[in-house]
Design a protein around this ligand. Structure first.
Ligand code: FMN
Ligand code: SF4
Length: 441
């Protein structure tokens, strides 16, 4: 990238996970002290002006969300969403493993700006190693007076706890996460009220992704105006991206927002395995509508992805090459969402199950071309009709695959049907078999 790395700068330095090395590199230094003596409103304004948009999926302005937190002397909370459950996404894991204090410093400043005095890091249960690292870092911060009462003699006090989730995709959805954090089954809540008004234990709650919060000290360090110069209009700054699938060098990268997708895949990731072609890619995790090999020159930023009919989402690019069946990918995806649907609302609970059933029929050779139309219409009936966006998260990519690869689906249906008919006839011709009466299918 033309812009130097910000979050990943020197990330591989040995010992960076310790307070000693983090401080030696300037962590919890002048920027931190200055932030805690800046009026809260001024800090929020700074975050708004930086243009920082949430890095967890929805891309909402971080500063604006903080500004929604009500004033007044009630208990307020900051929750860090470290569930990282979107398939293809693994950037937060690297950040937490290598530089946990970057997140903690961001959270202390973020909590101060939001007026929160209690904070939680909700981390997925599978990230046991990262949870241990965070526990150790939080303990170090308490011992050093960076957490607890009157941080470094300031007016700001903050308690912080690392909470391990029990492993469900829906616990990454912010309100499902709050229920889970309260000890209940992680079911999404109706919105409004939004968490900033009524969140954890009914109190005002600011929820942000790991990367979003870890960016705060850097914004204050360079100043909002400088930060806003990085990237492109309406998509400022750098973004951690996770690239997986059929690329030669999968992994996490930090890019300046606006970098063309082609550069990401070919320059950073070394091109496609076996020098094959890109058939399609998910630009923002498995929930994003797919884009095709014709869409590689798009700039990778929030607005360009939306304009192309998809989304930047969590910044996870999953690449699928031209030798892979779109039907197989579609089934894998639908199976995941069917398994993860919490079942609370009908379009998602039934729609995900029906989609899987129809795809299984296609693969078994018992579907007709009409089933494809039914499957496409099921997706349109899910979108916008669910309690949370998990239903849409399946329907949007599945719908996009049918739309963009309809001839391949149709050919698959015909071939699978012909194959299953041949197999049935062959089995009937075997000696000793009793012939079936009626349709072959
Ligand atoms: C089904 C579902 C799963 C989600 N999983 C995550 C996740 O694992 N991590 C995350 O940060 N946001 C996730 N989100 C988005 C959160 O609901 C929320 O928008 C985000 O934590 C806000 O933080 P941000 O503004 O910093 O992006 C998910 C949303 C949905 C609908
Ligand atoms: S959309 Fe799915 S996951 Fe979300 S509330 Fe409805 S059933 Fe649950």
């Amino acid at each position: 990238m033309s812009q130097e790395a910000i979050l990943f700068k020197g990330i591989d330095e040995p010992g960076l996970n310790t307070l000693e090395v983090y401080k030696r590199r300037g962590g919890y230094g002048d920027v931190f002290r200055k932030a805690l003596s800046t009026p809260r409103d001024a800090l929020v304004t700074e975050l708004v002006e930086s243009g920082l948009r949430g890095r967890g999926g929805a891309g909402f302005s971080m500063g604006k969300k903080a500004s929604f937190m009500p004033k007044g002397a009630m208990d307020k909370y900051l929750v860090c969403n470290a569930d990282e459950s979107e398939p293809g996404t693994f950037k937060d894991r690297e950040l937490m493993t290598k530089s946990p204090h970057m997140l903690i410093e961001g959270m202390i400043i973020g909590a101060y700006a939001a007026g929160a005095t209690r904070s939680f890091i909700y981390i997925r249960g599978e990230y046991a190693q990262q949870a241990d690292i965070l526990d150790a870092a939080v303990a170090e911060a308490y011992a050093d007076g960076l957490l607890g009462k009157h941080i470094l003699g300031s007016d700001h006090s903050l308690e912080m706890l690392v909470h391990r989730g029990a492993g469900a995709y829906i616990c990454g959805e912010e309100t499902g996460l709050l229920d889970s954090l309260e000890g209940k089954r992680g079911n999404p809540r109706l919105k409004p009220p939004f968490p900033a008004n009524q969140g954890l234990y009914q109190g005002p709650t600011l929820i942000n992704n790991v990367e979003t919060l870890a960016t705060i000290p850097h914004i204050l360090g360079m100043g909002a105006a400088e930060y806003a110069k990085i990237g492109v209009e309406n998509s400022t700054g750098t973004k951690l991206i996770s690239v997986s699938g059929h690329v030669k060098r999968p992994g996490n990268y930090e890019i300046e927002l606006g970098m063309p997708v082609r550069e990401i895949l070919y320059d950073l990731c070394g091109g496609i395995e076996g020098d094959r072609e890109v058939k399609f890619y998910f630009p923002g995790g498995s929930s994003s509508p797919v884009l095709t090999g014709d869409d590689l020159d798009l700039p990778y930023d929030f607005d360009s992805m939306a304009k192309a009919g998809s989304m930047l989402g969590s910044g996870a690019i999953i690449v699928v090459d031209d030798q892979t069946s779109v039907v197989d990918v579609c089934l894998k995806l639908a199976q995941f969402y069917k398994h993860e649907s919490c079942g609370k609302c009908t379009p998602c609970r039934e729609g995900t199950q029906w989609t899987v059933k129809m795809l299984e029929r296609i693969i078994a050779g018992t579907a007709t071309p009409m089933d494809l139309d039914i499957m496409a219409s099921v997706q349109t009936q899910i979108i916008g009709n669910c309690l949370c966006v998990l239903g849409d998260a399946m329907a949007m990519p599945v719908g996009s695959m049918i739309e963009k690869f309809r001839p391949e689906f149709e050919a698959y249906i015909e071939e699978a049907r012909a194959r299953s008919e041949r197999e049935l006839i062959a089995s009937l011709e075997e000696p000793g078999e009793v012939p079936l009466v009626g349709s072959l299918v």
